[in-house]
Design a protein around this ligand. Structure first.
Ligand code: ADP
Length: 430
């Protein structure tokens, strides 16, 4: 069958012919005719794949999601929907600027025990009066890399950029009323120059908007006026989807803070541990262990809670890589209590765009009251960010406590057999 026939309105091929064409390699998955609906195209691809891979695909095609929207905005060559179990944790009381109540948080995961553990963390935070949160809207960054002919041209280039920020801003912001250029941070060595553009992007995560704006800035303003060529629109100093020190220091997306004071009785009765044991796990694991490993994540498992929240709410899941940067701090408060806080400098988040509009993802956001308000752009994503910060804190508290208590249990077991010659309080020194 010719490609011409597959693509014409007048001579529509049957599904069977389209499947055969795919199976015989006469056409490719992306070459199905435009007149097919997204659902029909997905079905044709599945039928071909069943033959090509000798796999029965009975679940991929079971969905209620709007395929037309998904195939246009989220996924090419669409063949169906991957199903990931979603659970709920909470209620989680949050004391923030945008959330001042208890919320239920949906988490999509295939990692058994993650939800039970985070839910236990929520319970601890409830008993402790809630999670205090603070979110800084750092902004989305994109850093094109330029090639100069000498360090003197670099010097002149940077001087030109700094004296033409208004012009650059005008061109960059032209495409969207939600995008605002906040600043440009240059970095250079040799004949390479990176310009790290930082934008605020309303309720959107902003990566597409920032990239489109940078492209316009480079093509319309910088290159024609400086004769310095841009080698790549993303010069890896942005830094998107890679763990990086510049994001640690400068932040990216939203910078999250959350804290709670855990009273001694709560540590004992709910978390089955003590301030001393929890602090020791924090010190030797999150701090010393991370230093020993050269890690950029001085935390127990930010990535676990982030990934589950990202999948549930349609965030860009690959950004969990950068979201996992950050530190958990634990310090004594009085004699028996502990102040626990989490700091995530690099959490790119969205309440609009990306996968947030997909059906289950949008339901998950609604459950948490994350809804766009056209009168107050940027508020919805700040609400989401506060919830993310508090949930990550719940996850840290619970996992660290369970490590502290199981170490204790092991120590008690050892102590039951060995002579009591080690810890003055009856527990083994760790
Ligand atoms: P991103 O730029 O976050 O990668 P998209 O490419 O999906 O994601 O862009 C987000 C889109 O959402 C833009 O077209 C933007 O104009 C639109 N939009 C609608 N409402 C808002 C809002 N309140 N804040 C930011 N963007 C919004």
């Amino acid at each position: 069958m010719s490609k011409a026939k597959l693509g014409t309105e007048t001579q529509k091929a049957t599904s069977e012919e389209l499947v055969r064409s795919l199976v015989e390699g006469k056409s490719r998955f992306h070459q199905l005719p435009k007149w097919l609906t997204a659902e029909e195209a997905a079905r044709v691809r599945r039928l071909a794949l069943e033959e090509l891979t000798r796999t029965k695909l009975q679940h991929l095609g079971n969905y209620t999601c709007n395929m037309e929207a998904a195939s246009h905005q989220n996924c090419e060559n669409i063949i169906g929907i991957a199903q990931i179990p979603m659970g709920i944790v909470g209620p989680l009381p949050i004391l923030g600027d945008h959330v001042k109540e208890e919320v239920f948080v949906p988490l999509a995961t295939t990692e058994g025990a993650l939800i039970a553990s985070t839910n236990r963390g929520c319970s601890a935070l409830r008993h402790a009066g809630g999670a205090r949160v603070w979110v800084e809207d750092v902004g989305m960054t994109r850093a094109p890399v330029f090639r100069t002919s000498s360090i003197h041209q670099t010097r002149d280039f940077l001087a030109w950029v700094s004296t033409h920020e208004d012009e650059i801003r005008q061109v960059g912001e032209r495409g969207s009323r939600h995008l605002k250029l906040l600043d440009i941070k240059p970095f250079t060595f040799g004949t390479s120059v990176w310009l790290r553009f930082r934008f605020s992007s309303g309720d959107a995560m902003g990566m597409n908007m920032a990239t489109i704006a940078c492209d316009r800035i480079v093509r319309e303003v910088i290159e024609p006026n400086t004769d310095v060529p841009c080698v790549a629109l993303s010069g890896n100093y942005c830094v998107d989807k890679k763990p990086a020190t510049v994001n640690w220091h400068e932040g990216r997306g939203k910078r999250l803070h959350a804290e709670v004071v855990l009273p001694g009785e709560l540590l004992r009765d709910v978390l089955k541990t003590t301030a001393r044991d929890l602090a020791e796990v924090q010190y030797r694991k999150n701090l010393l262990g991370s230093v020993a490993a050269g890690s950029l994540g001085f935390n127990a498992h930010f990535a676990n809670v982030l990934a589950a929240l990202f999948i549930a709410t349609g965030q860009d899941v690959a950004q969990v890589v950068e979201g996992s940067l950050g530190i958990t701090c634990i310090e004594p408060e009085g004699r028996e209590d502990l102040r626990v806080s989490v700091f995530l400098p690099d959490a790119p988040l969205a309440a609009v765009g990306g996968g947030t509009g997909l059906d289950t993802q949008s339901e998950a956001l609604s459950m948490m009251g994350v809804q766009l308000d056209p009168q107050k752009p940027g508020r919805a994503v700040m609400r989401l960010a506060e919830i993310v910060a508090a949930t990550v804190l719940a996850g840290e508290v619970s996992l660290l406590a369970s490590m502290a208590s199981s170490d204790l249990a092991k120590a008690h077991e050892r102590l039951g057999r060995a002579p009591r010659t080690r810890g003055s309080n009856g527990t083994a020194p760790f």
